[in-house]
Design a protein around this ligand. Structure first.
Ligand code: C2E
Ligand code: MG
Ligand code: MG
Ligand code: MG
Length: 284
């Protein structure tokens, strides 16, 4: 809102906008320091195979333990990191830490599961993405088949570009999951061309699935399409047994959601989802 402020000037922001902007600028400055000050950490949300209840993977989700504001959620600071270019540094930290943790788990005799890491659009389009990720995998010692990158449909808008990037990544052995599936603009004709291993059904279709026939129809269709395209499918945001039953009835065998587990710190993943083993060895 632009307000006229007397003869010689304009006041560009109302008080409230000013306060919001101020808050954002503060967060920006503080986020810049957060990495160096060890304020970022990852929680891991188990992905469960419903047939036997086993954990088949985890999604790494970044959090910021702010010294005075408490835990800030990625929904707040990832957009700031993207706007300011900090996403590269932040994203590198996330990738390295997620790979390091999974390698530590594997070495300690934990289950040979995958770790999923969310990529921002800017990261996905950075030059030499594959080489950059190779370096992180080599540095941490994690084999490529245990890393799954979560990308979104909006990053696939220019299919001729995306297909090149995705081919490089998948030729190297990295897995690709299409996150928040159904909420973006996916052209189904591109979908069949892109080397994608997994569709991740967005939570917005799950929320009302027990009462909304349209959501149920969409979810059933995505599951069936994934099967026909030979892709894996997982549903996110399952919170209740009733939702789970509908997914199971429709042959969705993989689930991520509060019903099984919230995102957890590594030690709690071990305690709850690993077979009994020596805890000390696991944290590396
Ligand atoms: P996402 O990748 O779609 O991650 C799933 C989000 O849904 C997570 O929120 C998770 O905590 C939440 N969730 C999982 N199960 C349930 C459930 O049963 N009910 C409900 N209500 N929520 C559930 P979170 O951790 O706040 O992350 C939000 C978003 O921030 C992520 O959405 C992702 O887009 C982004 N994000 C998180 N970590 C990173 C990261 O390291 N890098 C990038 N670029 N983005 C990240
Ligand atoms: Mg995700
Ligand atoms: Mg998602
Ligand atoms: Mg999401």
């Amino acid at each position: 809102e632009v307000k006229k402020n007397g003869k010689n000037g304009y006041q560009f922001y109302t008080g409230e906008l000013n306060a919001q902007l101020q808050h954002k600028i503060e967060l920006e400055v503080e986020l810049r320091q957060a990495i160096g000050r060890d304020q970022l950490y990852l929680d891991y949300q188990p992905q469960i195979r419903t047939g036997d209840g086993r954990m088949i993977g985890v999604e790494a989700l970044v959090r910021w333990r702010h010294p005075s504001r408490g835990v800030v959620s990625p929904g707040v600071f990832i957009p700031i990191a993207e706007e300011t270019g900090m996403i590269y540094e932040l994203g590198t930290w996330v990738l390295r830490e997620a790979c390091r943790q999974m390698k530590t788990w594997h070495d300690a005799g934990g289950p040979l599961i995958t770790v999923s890491v969310n990529l921002s659009s800017q990261q996905f389009h950075q030059p030499n993405l594959t080489q950059y990720i190779k370096n992180i995998l080599e540095e941490t010692g994690l084999a490529p088949q245990y890393l799954e990158l979560e990308i979104t449909e909006s990053m696939m808008m220019d299919a001729s570009v995306s297909i090149g990037i995705l081919n490089e990544l998948t030729d190297y052995g990295i897995r690709i999951s299409l996150d928040d599936f159904g909420t973006g603009y996916s052209s189904l004709s591109y979908l069949k061309l892109l080397p994608i291993h997994k569709l991740k059904i967005d939570r917005s279709f799950i929320r009302d699935i027990t009462v909304n026939r349209n959501d149920k129809a969409i979810v059933a269709t995505i599951i069936s399409m994934a099967q026909h395209l030979n892709m894996d499918v997982i549903a996110e945001g399952i919170e209740t047994k009733e939702q789970l039953d509908i997914l199971t009835d429709n042959d969705c065998e993989k689930i991520q959601g509060y019903y099984y587990s919230r995102p957890l710190p590594p030690a709690e993943v071990e305690q709850t989802f690993f077979a009994p083993m020596r805890g000390a060895a696991l944290r590396g």
